[in-house]
Design a protein around this ligand. Structure first.
Ligand code: SF4
Length: 230
């Protein structure tokens, strides 16, 4: 089978106060949106690296306090995560399914499975108070670190790590990172839709199955368009 052709370009972006020049490579032909996620992960990594310059980040492997927060995930990232889960060895998949079922039960029991007119802020506060660990968290470390969602990459703190476990989040100083991840929402469908990462399997049961195919450069254009960059 012939190798897929790829297109490469250097993106020069102004995001917030940051100036980024980042090379990006995507499939040249029509593909589902999930296939450009590696390129978007690289872009978010570059934005975060620029924001980190001169800052002392206190996040360390083994500290998963922030992995009990509500992590909003877009359809495209949800589809990629499902592919990732399907490729895991059966025993890991089984253990993960158990953690997802436990998280879903806790969230549903607390009445947080639906937004029900709550603001995103109220929902996030109630969710964090529940203390449900992300099902991908193993021994307080992310078990899918290279593939973690875009928004997880953007959350870093400069304050002492122990403050992150406090329900009030008092004294937590997140690094100021432009939230490029937001542009992944509605990348396929225009609607600014998302679901909590811990509800991935619940979302999978009713998710839309029809997926558009566009060329890699077209997907990137749409993503940048959602950031207000033409
Ligand atoms: S995906 Fe990884 S980094 Fe993100 S919340 Fe889950 S365990 Fe934490």
């Amino acid at each position: 089978m012939a190798a897929k052709a790829h297109s490469t370009a250097t993106l020069r972006l102004s995001v917030g106060s940051l100036r980024i020049a980042h090379p990006i490579t995507v499939p040249s032909g029509p593909v589902p949106a999930t296939e450009i996620l590696p390129a978007l992960q690289g872009l978010v990594n570059a934005v975060v690296a620029a924001a980190e310059q001169g800052q002392a980040i206190s996040c360390r492997k083994g500290c998963g306090a922030c992995c009990r927060q509500l992590v909003p995930v877009s359809r495209t990232e949800g589809e990629r995560l499902l592919e990732l889960v399907r490729a895991l060895p059966p025993r890991r998949r089984e253990a993960l399914a158990g953690r997802f079922a436990a998280a879903e039960a806790a969230i549903e029991t607390a009445g947080l499975g639906e937004r029900r007119g709550r603001s995103d802020r109220d929902l996030s506060t109630a969710y964090f108070a529940l203390g449900v660990p992300c099902p991908f968290l193993e021994e307080e470390s992310c078990s899918i670190h290279p593939d973690r969602p875009l928004i997880c990459r953007e959350y870093l703190v400069t304050s002492p790590p122990e403050r992150c476990a406090s329900p009030t989040q008092e004294g937590v100083a997140p690094l100021a990172v432009p939230k490029v991840s937001m542009a992944a929402r509605g990348l396929q469908d225009e609607a600014d839709d998302w679901f909590p990462l811990a509800m991935l399997m619940a979302w999978a049961r009713s998710r839309p199955r029809k997926a558009a195919r566009r060329t890699g450069p077209e997907w990137v254009q749409r993503f940048l368009g959602r950031l207000g960059i033409k």
